[in-house]
Design a protein around this ligand. Structure first.
Ligand SMILES: [Zn+2]
Length: 271
């Protein structure tokens, strides 16, 4: 099923990528007893109907992190999981004060022509009062299909990836994708802590992943990107020469390029 805000792309018989018009990727992972929806995008209406058209199993939501463009439609579902280190971020980014401040500007930034009434809906999304928590190494059993939680602080302190080892898939949120990984937020870790997470991720998935499904841009990609980001991070820590200043919705930050990727950072995270 498609509506004006979402497109659905099958990955295999039990896995789908759902994309909202803001370019946010969500993944529906179906097991025999329940299904997991990884992230809920910016919060456009009708995500629950799209999901319902793909499965009649109970659905749990697994947030890769607490950012505004990953938790928007959480309120359409009952059972939502997040790493506790991102709970406060989720509460902020799921709340109307923050969304009122940043969403109109985001829309303008990407040149989206979205009616004011739709932006109003996006500002006033609901969030479940009670959340469930994810922890490193936790196994989420969907019935004949398991997802392992890998805690990877970096983009945010509570960022996680989900490993489906049997199907050689990794769902990486904003911690592994093309273009760049952003470490320039108040909720980001230092570049060194990000590199520790990349090292950990590499050790954990290099044996058993062919396809990495991230939160934006090109999907799937290969795990070679882990090496590329590690090289980028190590070079940046040696010297930030050549980095370019950028102005975002929340102030200035820097972008350091390596081959076809980049890392963003601030003075506070460059260590
Ligand atoms: Zn993010």
């Amino acid at each position: 099923m498609e509506n004006m805000f979402y497109k659905t792309y099958p990955i295999d018989a039990n896995t789908w990528r759902i994309e909202d018009i803001f370019g946010d990727y969500m993944y529906l992972i179906k097991g025999q007893s329940q299904a997991a929806l990884i992230d809920t995008g910016m919060g456009f209406r009708g995500l629950d109907d799209v999901v319902r058209s793909l499965t009649d199993k109970p659905v749990i939501v697994l947030n890769t992190h607490g950012h505004v463009d990953h938790v928007g439609a959480n309120g359409a579902f009952e059972n939502v999981y997040i790493h506790p280190a991102d709970e406060a971020l989720l509460r902020q980014h799921g709340g109307s004060a923050y969304r009122q401040e940043c969403l109109p500007e985001f829309m303008e930034e990407i040149g989206a022509r979205i009616p004011a009434s739709v932006i109003e809906d996006l500002v006033h999304v609901s969030q479940p009062e009670t959340l469930s928590y994810l922890s490193d190494g936790q196994i989420i059993d969907l019935g004949g299909r398991c997802l392992e939680v890998i805690s990877v602080p970096g983009h945010t302190r509570g960022s996680v990836c989900f490993l489906d080892a049997a199907n050689r898939m990794l769902f990486s949120g904003d911690m592994l994708c093309t273009m760049g990984i952003m470490l320039n937020f108040d909720c980001s870790t230092t570049v060194s802590a990000f590199l520790d997470s990349m090292e950990k991720l590499k050790a954990h998935v290099s044996c058993c992943v062919d396809a990495v499904y991230g939160g934006h841009h090109v999907a799937p990609i290969t795990i070679d990107y882990i090496d590329k980001y590690m090289e980028c991070g190590h070079r940046l820590l040696k010297s930030s020469a050549g980095a370019v200043a950028e102005q975002g919705v929340f102030g200035q930050f820097w972008r350091y390029f390596y081959e076809d990727i980049s890392l963003t950072y601030t003075e506070a995270t460059l260590k």
